[in-house]
Design a protein around this ligand. Sequence first.
Ligand SMILES: C[S@@+](CC[C@H](N)C(=O)[O-])C[C@H]1O[C@@H](n2cnc3c(N)ncnc32)[C@H](O)[C@@H]1O
Length: 232
Amino acid sequence: MYSNRPGADHREERIKQSWKANATAWTDVVREGRIESRRLATDEAIVSAVLRYGARRVLDVGCGEAWLARALAGHGLEVTGVDGSAELIEQARALGEGRFEVITYEQIVAAPERLAGPYEGIVCNFALLGETITPLLLALRPRLAEDGRLFVQTVHPFTACGDEPYVDGWRTETFANFGARFREPMPWYFRTMGSWLRAIHEAELRVGECLEPVHPFTGRPLSLLLVCEPGG
Ligand SMILES: C[S@@+](CC[C@H](N)C(=O)[O-])C[C@H]1O[C@@H](n2cnc3c(N)ncnc32)[C@H](O)[C@@H]1O
């Protein structure tokens, strides 16, 4: 593991554990289109960004049950998906349309060559949930093709902050809005806009484009989508 803050490793392990325990419930929620922000804006935002940059080979990091891989494959892209949850990778493989492997972020950091490549697009779609993300981003960067882009979509710091202070810190997702079938809460690390930009910079990447899809009726930001290129 790669954080030296007390308790952080434990939380990073609990993140992974939650995606094993909640794999079936999560798969149903995604496939039944029950997350409003995804339906309204964020799915379309990530698919159209990857297509717009002309990626042909894409690596979906933390692919989950792989809706994105299937959406991109539907546009003729060649997609590899990796995720630490064997249960979610099983769900991904069941519907096919890509190559899927069980690999944790810690394993990527230890042996990035396992990811092969190069890829014109590497995507982390709502998949960077822990405190220490720079080592993973540093490991992904050399997997990019020369003109490749790393796409990071995440909750928008201004809305995800809620009533809590606007500072980095651990929070808990209970999945209460998604019904009773979620078995374990998930710790996740809230980061401010500045903290996201710092992490990207530390990974020797620079933000080429910053997209902020908004709710079509309220105008509130639904996500932050950073399109990053080598050369921080
Ligand atoms: C919110 S889900 C997003 C899944 C997918 N990208 C999507 O858009 O539906 C977060 C994913 O990140 C994966 N993940 C989180 N931490 C991980 C780690 N340390 N190693 C591998 N996968 C991890 C989880 O297993 C889960 O599938």
